[in-house]
Design a protein around this ligand. Sequence first.
Ligand code: AMP
Ligand code: ZN
Ligand code: FE
Ligand code: FE
Length: 282
Amino acid sequence: MIDLHSHTDRSDGTFTPAELIAEARRIELNALSITDHDTFAGYDAALPVAAAAGLNLICGIELATRYQGTSVHLLAYFPVRPPSPQLRQWLDWMLEKRRERNVRLIAKLQSLGVDITLEEVEKMGRTLTGRPHFARVLVEKGYATDLQNAFDRYLDESARAFVQRQEATMEEALERVLASGGVPSLAHPVRVARNNWEKLAAWVEDLAGIGLRAIEVYHSDHSPENVAWYASLAERFGLGITGGSDFHGANKPNISLGTGKHNNLQVPDWIAEKLSALAPSS
Ligand code: AMP
Ligand code: ZN
Ligand code: FE
Ligand code: FE
């Protein structure tokens, strides 16, 4: 069993990097990838812990990109060489854009009569403060009944307080990941193109043409039908396969590392073994 999609408290998970490594050891994962949103901070902190524990930790990240007027998540793996300084610099720029968004989001919430400050929210996050941290504060202060309710009432794209963050384009993200020797994989396709199968197939064909190398076939939100369909898409467009739980600790309490929701996930070991072969040669 392996898991190539997980988050630590360096983005919006609740496990520290060391706690996540301990959990991976406990359930006897053969390979783990930490794919925090927009930061390698969790991976960096976990690497020595994983090495000491003899766990195969694969460097990864999850990037939110703009594609066809929507927000599409792109996973990237670095199984051969570590991400370049240029890629890390670019992430610093994105972190700055995120902070600008957070300032505007606070102002918007305050204008709606919500008593909330940036300091309170940033205390929840570490390297990176995102909307899930806003959701926690909104729940704690009684403005929402639970995290989902906080999104529905205030933070979701369709909700009252939503503020657009400047995201990288898919094209630029693919280019930068490939230039750094990474393997870009389309994250949880069930959330892409509103799960319209024909549209998704057209998008995947286009993405394969501009550098996409894999599809996340296995994911906690995928039904067996989804898995079969995404695997067939990968085959059709010559793409590799990745998979993982999207574990977020207590922020998504129904998802377990390695096994997903109610044991609906089993990512075969060969997927980790084949990852290096998907990396661009240079
Ligand atoms: P951010 O990158 O700060 O804009 O936050 C994005 C994160 O918020 C996503 O990765 C999800 O974990 C979470 N999220 C976004 N929309 C929703 C939603 N409608 N319901 C629950 N969680 C959401
Ligand atoms: Zn997340
Ligand atoms: Fe995602
Ligand atoms: Fe994720």
